[in-house]
Design a protein around this ligand. Structure first.
Ligand code: PMP
Length: 349
């Protein structure tokens, strides 16, 4: 009875079938190098595990501020950016006023809005997966107070028109630009706007650049905005290990992260070029560490790829995503394994 509200609720699901090559979760395929793990171990050993962590994550925030070229006061930290999305939907505007976002996109905007019982305005991207001003205008008419734009977008991989995101903010809507994949893009980001506007914030995450396991998301905003949002954050959401590991990796491991990102970007180019040679596959442009393809039969190709030992994300059942699969970039040998598998499978279709 007390939980009736959740009866028809669908929680966030990931693909879990064990496979030799996992290209389904947009992770960084590279592990941290051994020397960096050693350094982490040394620091983790010093943690007083019986004590609560610093609720303000002061030292970690200083390191992250330096990493992004902002001030610690511009930052709110979350247990992954998932938590920050939930926090924004909880605190921005009135809870009975809608949150708007384009579809298809990252499902957590919908999941969090549903958990919190907040109305949603889902508006479609156009056939190139771009924002349409007409659809944004229609959404704005319904008086939303909060908007999410994942740019580059998941699962489509493309970056949205900056002016249309700004246009939403100009229409008095608090606008969160989710830049989870910006490290793989050469397009302009929203940092300058976030630091100067009272209604634009940026979301970043350490998950895509090699630290998905420690759960560390970052919200960047003007100081006064960050300070208000931070009031509603659970006090010890950033664990002691996360604070310590984050500090070590983002200081001593910075060069390593940069190298890994460069390798992923160059592999993205190579793999997409290879796939473009296959007649039956449509490859969509990508600014992220994954890309989307359209195949003749999404369910079948997905299943056959699993039989070949490759797990990708089947998007076929989402609106506008018929027969689409999302493929994360792996290590070169994993990408070769995927390319061989996909060539074989496509021949069988
Ligand atoms: N935003 C987007 C667009 C994402 O794709 C993801 C992860 N799939 C997230 C946020 C959440 O990232 P985190 O691991 O920091 O919770």
């Amino acid at each position: 009875m007390f939980l009736d509200r959740l009866k028809n609720f669908k929680s966030y699901k990931t693909e879990t079938t064990p496979c030799r090559v996992k290209l389904s979760s947009n992770e960084n395929p590279y592990e941290l190098p051994e020397w960096l793990k050693e350094r982490i171990s040394e620091e983790v050993k010093k943690i007083p595990f019986n004590r609560y962590p610093d609720p303000t994550s002061k030292e970690l925030k200083e390191v992250i501020a330096d990493f992004y070229g902002v001030k610690p006061e511009n930052i709110v930290l979350g247990n992954g950016s998932d938590e920050l999305i939930h926090l924004l939907i909880t605190v921005v505007g009135e809870i009975n006023k809608p949150v708007m976002y384009p579809v298809p996109t990252f499902p957590m905007y919908q999941v969090s809005a549903d958990i919190l019982g907040r109305p949603k305005i889902e508006f479609p991207l156009d056939s190139n997966f771009q924002l349409s001003k007409k659809e944004i205008d229609k959404a704005i008419e319904k008086n939303p107070q909060l908007a999410f734009f994942a740019s580059p977008n998941n699962p489509t991989g493309n970056t949205f028109d900056k002016n249309l995101i700004k246009y939403t903010a100009e229409n008095n809507i608090f606008t969160a630009v989710d830049e989870a994949y910006i490290d793989f893009s050469d397009k302009e980001n929203f940092l300058i706007e976030a630091l100067s506007s009272d209604r634009i914030v940026v979301l970043r995450t350490m998950s895509k650049i090699g630290l998905a396991g420690i759960r560390l998301g970052v919200l960047i905003a003007r100081e006064d905005i960050a300070m208000e949002i931070d009031k509603a954050r659970p006090p010890f959401n950033i664990t002691y290990p996360t604070q310590v590991i984050g500090k070590v990796v983002l200081t001593e491991g910075r060069e390593e992260i940069k190298k890994q990102i460069e390798k992923i970007i160059s592999e993205r180019k190579r793999v997409m070029n290879e796939l473009e040679k296959i007649e039956k596959i449509k490859v969509y442009p990508s600014d992220a560490n994954f890309f989307l393809i359209k195949v003749p039969d999404g369910d079948k190709v997905h299943k056959l790829l699993i039989q070949e030992g490759v797990l990708v994300r089947n998007m076929s059942h989402l609106p506008m995503m018929e027969n689409c699969l999302r493929v994360s970039i792996g290590k070169p040998e994993e990408n070769d394994f995927f390319l061989n598998a996909v060539k074989k499978v496509i021949k069988e279709i």
